[in-house]
Design a protein around this ligand. Sequence first.
Ligand SMILES: [Zn+2]
Length: 261
Amino acid sequence: MFVDLHTHIDQYDPDELPGILERALNAKVGAIIAAGVTVESTRRCLELADEYDNVFAGVGVHPSDLTGDLDNAALDQLRRMAAEQQVVVMSEVGLDHQDHSPDRAVQERAFRAQLGIAREAGLPVVFHMRFATGDMLRVLGEERVSDLGGAAHYFQGSHEEAAAVIDMGCYISLAKPLLRLPELQDVARKMPLQWIVLETDCYPQPFKGKRAKWTEPKDVPVVAAKLAELKGLDIAEVMETTTANVLAMLGHKAGLVSAVL
Ligand SMILES: [Zn+2]
């Protein structure tokens, strides 16, 4: 079975969840991690993880959702949620240096504070880095994230950036951009499969028009098929290795996830 390492399924209408999970299972996507982007959405992810056996939760506040420094009340809530059984990663956390993004110093403080929570809870970190690779690598190194492990989510960077992330002991998480970006296809072709994991980063996409076009966890095998084609491998090998990679990354939480695969 596949694992969808990173999703925002808490953002869909709750009535949609049984269908989304059934389509995922039919596509051999046996475990789905729902990542929070705020304290409130993290709570919803935890509720989903309690309700559905195949759903696990990520705890975090997304850099783009910051309205200022995370206060003690927010950090306490994140810390408490990170200690919950069904939480398997710290996510979505990271750095985003687009023009309209929150202040960089605020982002870095929030990221470091959440890395501290991940360390207390023994969780790997699935991180967002948009136009922020240099700062991300610096913080990952200073915070010794190699102890925790993790993954660069929705990776679209260069070969050198991938190598630097892997040097930090973190995986490269590939999503649907692999289907359409020739540069990324070239990077993926050269990247060792032992360091690749898969995700959809799915959330409701009304701008796509037809509901059937929205990305869902069931689309993980489409990314796997592209990767298999690029590497000249069987899709079954891509499935086996990327799932084994996720379980290796999850450390003491791996048993919880492998039990449903
Ligand atoms: Zn995300």
